[in-house]
Design a protein around this ligand. Structure first.
Ligand code: NDP
Length: 251
């Protein structure tokens, strides 16, 4: 599949899944806008990609910054064809009553409100263009609970509902809205999970996780015709059938 002429806006692109996705989609011909808070890291990745990449720093929990990134993307590349809502946090890990309200707020602000803000700002542009694709990065935590992760599980369940709402409300206007649950991925997030020592996910080894490049390939796959099979739902990359459909090796 070629992404030539398409513009992709990716949140959380300063490292991990977001950076790998930006690099992969750019290699397939897309213009990519990388956003996250770490301006230096973004600039470095964008420079490696070349002139088809633009770095714009933004905290997704701040609506004005989100609106500005969306407007700058449109001004720079002329369209927003694909939005990948990937920015997310998990740490710190505590049992419910041991969280500070501020810690809990931060996860909801980034993981939930950040996704809503991006959808809110990008949807009118996509509708005006006659269509677009929104991929929200989900998690198994949207479906099950794990000790110490009340904030993260609640946030990812909310993201799934935003995916469902996006399809329900805008599917008829040409918006392809779906989620991608990657399984566990070898990124900084898993380093922090391991350090917490809480719940079975922290006991996994690096070799148990898939590389971020697998998720990037899944994003590219879902931007094509296959994505229409998962409208308003999550695509689960962990399943052997999903990996085979993308052409990823068995695990
Ligand atoms: P990383 O910690 O490697 O990357 C997280 C990204 O989110 C960084 O680019 C970070 O950039 C960005 N980010 C965090 N807070 C903000 C903010 N306030 N505003 C803008 N950007 C922000 O994690 P992953 O790559 O693993 O995670 C990406 C997504 O995948 C997340 O949504 C996560 O929940 C999901 N996921 C990950 C799994 C895994 O096993 N790794 C499993 C299932 C889902 P910066 O700090 O520069 O702002």
């Amino acid at each position: 599949m070629t992404f030539s002429g398409k513009t992709v806006l990716i949140t959380g692109a300063s490292r991990g899944i977001g950076a790998a996705t930006a690099q992969h989609l750019a290699s397939l011909g897309a213009n990519v806008v990388l956003t996250a808070r770490s301006a230096d890291a973004l600039e470095q990745i964008a420079a490696q990609i070349g002139s088809q990449a633009k770095a714009i720093s933004c905290d997704v929990s701040d609506y004005d910054q989100v609106k500005s990134v969306v407007d700058l993307t449109l001004a720079h590349f002329g369209s927003i064809d694909i939005l990948v809502n990937n920015a997310g946090l998990l740490a710190p890990v505590h049992r419910l009553a041991e969280f500070t309200p501020k810690d809990w707020d931060q996860i909801i602000d980034v993981n939930v409100k950040g996704v809503f803000y991006m959808m809110h700002a990008a949807l009118p542009i996509m509708i005006e263009q006659g269509g677009g694709t929104i991929i929200n990065i989900s998690s198994g935590a949207a479906y099950g609970v794990l000790e110490g992760w009340s904030h993260y599980c609640a946030s990812k369940a909310a993201v799934l509902q935003l995916t469902r709402s996006g399809h329900e409300e805008y599917g008829a206007q040409g918006i392809t809205c779906l989620g991608l649950s990657p399984g566990t991925v070898a990124t900084e997030m898993q380093v922090l999970i391991k350090a917490s020592g809480v719940n079975p996910v922290s006991q996994l080894e690096v070799a148990d996780h898939i590389p971020a490049t697998d998720v990037a390939q899944a994003v590219a796959y879902l931007c094509g015709p296959a994505g229409t099979k998962y409208l308003g739902e999550d695509f689960h990359l962990k399943s052997p059938e999903s990996r085979a459909a993308i052409g990823l090796p068995k695990r």
